[in-house]
Structure formats: C-alpha cells, structure tokens
Design a protein around this ligand. Structure first.
Ligand code: ING
Length: 316
C-alpha cells in the first residue's frame, strides 16, 4: 500500500503596501480552510506571504523596513490565527516570511520559510540561500530587486525533515534556478520539496518577454522534480502589487516530471493533488539511483569553482 499525502498549493494574490498583517493572515486562513475543504493535509503558502514583495522598493532607513516588513516572532499576535486554524483543522503547512533576529550583538535578517506540523508546532526552518537582484539603489530602474540588501545569505543549509510520513525539504523562489539546491535535498532523501515564490513578470535588467519567464518557470519545475525524483509544490504570491505584476502558475509536479495541477489565476487560488509519495520508487531504484550512477569524482568543479572560467583542454 503506497503512502499518500493530499497536498495543496495555496496561491496568494497581491498584497499591497497598504495591506496589514491581519488582513494578509485572514486571507491565508481562508485559503487554508478552502484547502482543508478539498481534503488537503499539507498546504504550501508563498514566499514572504505576510507582506507585499518589499525588496522592489528602496528604503534608506532599515529601521523602517524592519518595522514594516519583518517578523521578530513567528507566530506573532497578528499571524497566530493561521497557526490556530491549522491546528484546529489538523493541517500542516509551509510558509515564507521575512525573519528578523538579534544574534551575537547584531541584527540579522533572512528570507525564511518554515514547516509547521498539523499540531501547529514549527518542525523545520530554512533561510533562503540564493538571493537574486542587487544591494545598490537603481533609481533609473522601473523597480528594485533588493534581496541582497535586505537579507543575509541563509545560514542553515539545505535540509530535509521527517514530516507527515514523508521526507520533506524546503527551498525559496530563486533557489529553483540552481540545480545544486535540489540535488543536495535529493541526496538527503527528499520525497517532497516545498517552494514559495514571488517572481516579477518583467525583467528589471533587460526587455524579456513575460511568456518566456513563465516558460523558464515551467521547465525548471518539471526538470527539477524529475531529475531528483521528488514531488514539488511551488506556490506563488502574484498579481499586480501596487502596480508591479508577478506571475502565478503555482504548480504541483510529480516525481515523474508531470504537472499534476496548475493555478489559472493571479489571485487567491487553491490547487490540490492526492500525491502518491511512493510514485518515485521506480525512478529512485533505476534511472535516478544516485548510488549506482553518479560520479562525483568528475563533479569537482561544481563545488570548487564559483563563476565560469574558460579553461579549454589542450588537445584530445
Ligand atoms: N524572485 C525572482 C526569481 O528568482 C528573479 C527573481 C526572476 C531572478 C527572474 C532572476 C530572474 O524567481 C525571487 N524572489 O527570487
């Protein structure tokens, strides 16, 4: 009898600068209830799910950023209702938020995600490692992407947890562009990867067709799930946030690389799949039997070299 886990991606439409934690939390609770009504036992919410995607804005005063967008406790009085609803309904969830803490006499800021069990307790924490964008102010750009200014690189590594009778790992947004991140989770036995994202429809660096950005999102999700034989739940915060568009296309992808469910709006929307967690068994035993087929002795450059350097062979 194979293990099943009914999983949902709870996509969140726009959050504006004018939105409050309380209003955001109420929408998240409504999505959780809708997912529960569909039979979901595990719900994946987006990255930075309690606020607008604030790294698009330049703020001189970090104290203002801390006050307006970071959580110094999780849950807090404003976010507690989500944890209460989850515990009451017996539903586990993944959610992303901006984490603020004092450690070693200094303020530390991370783009964080947590796994919360059906009893409402925090089972795992991940701090985003691949931070895209820039740290300097680009006043001539249509919008900023200041994750390198507002967050530190995550310091908890890529880890997995025994969670709801599965081995679950977490990633956040830009991590999905780096195959190494998924592979490190798969090498630890990941069966489910939860990933929240906030991805702008426009490219701030050059005029890239928005449809091409969605194409990249779709091929990355299918290839990462398949090449690592894991289930993958990717959940968007999307729509026009104060006029800045982010795309949806939340996905639930099978270990065989098929899109089992996809959102069709840029609003609050729940998609749900009764996942056969053991669907990956044949792939892990054969095609992607890492122990039988991988050759790390030839992969050294992946770890030792950061940027690409032209180092051609001399002769055959
Ligand atoms: N957002 C985007 C992402 O990686 C981005 C940033 C988009 C970087 C497109 C490069 C190209 O999906 C976050 N939050 O990482």
């Amino acid at each position: 009898m194979s293990r099943h886990l009914r999983m949902a991606a709870a996509q969140l439409g726009p959050l504006h600068l004018s939105d409050t934690r309380t209003s955001a939390t109420q929408r998240l609770v409504n999505l959780l209830r809708e997912a529960h009504g569909m039979g979901a036992k595990f719900v994946v919410f987006p990255e930075l799910a309690f606020t607008t995607f604030f790294p698009r804005h330049w703020y001189e005063d970090l104290a203002e950023v801390d006050r307006r967008f970071f959580e110094s406790t999780m849950p807090s009085a404003e976010t507690q209702p989500l944890f209460d609803a989850a515990r009451k309904l017996g539903v586990g969830f993944y959610i992303g938020y901006a984490e603020l803490l004092q450690e070693g006499g200094r303020t530390r800021r991370f783009n964080t995600a947590i796994l919360v069990g059906p009893d409402g307790s925090i089972a795992g924490k991940y701090r985003k490692i691949h931070l895209p964008g820039h740290a300097d102010h680009k006043p001539e750009a249509a919008f900023q992407h200041l994750e390198k200014k507002y967050f530190e690189v995550g310091n908890l590594g890529f880890r997995v947890w025994r969670f709801m009778d599965t081995i679950t790992g977490m990633l956040i947004c830009n991590d999905r562009r780096w195959p190494e991140a998924f592979r490190v989770l798969a090498l630890q036995g990941a069966e489910v990867v939860a990933l929240g994202f906030n991805t702008p429809s426009e490219n701030l660096n050059y005029p890239e067709p928005p449809a091409l950005r969605v194409h990249h999102h779709l091929i990355m999700a299918q290839s990462m799930a398949f090449q690592n034989a894991t289930w993958l739940v990717e959940t968007a915060k999307c729509g026009f946030e104060d006029g800045y568009r982010m795309f949806g296309h939340s996905l639930i992808v099978t270990p065989t690389g098929e899109i089992a469910a996809k959102s069709v709006t840029e609003e609050d929307e729940v998609i749900c799949v009764n996942a056969d967690i053991d669907l990956a068994a044949d792939l892990k035993r054969t095609m992607f039997n890492f122990a039988a087929h991988r050759r790390p002795e030839h992969y050294r450059l992946i770890v030792d070299r950061i940027g690409a350097e032209v180092t051609p062979a001399e002769g055959p």
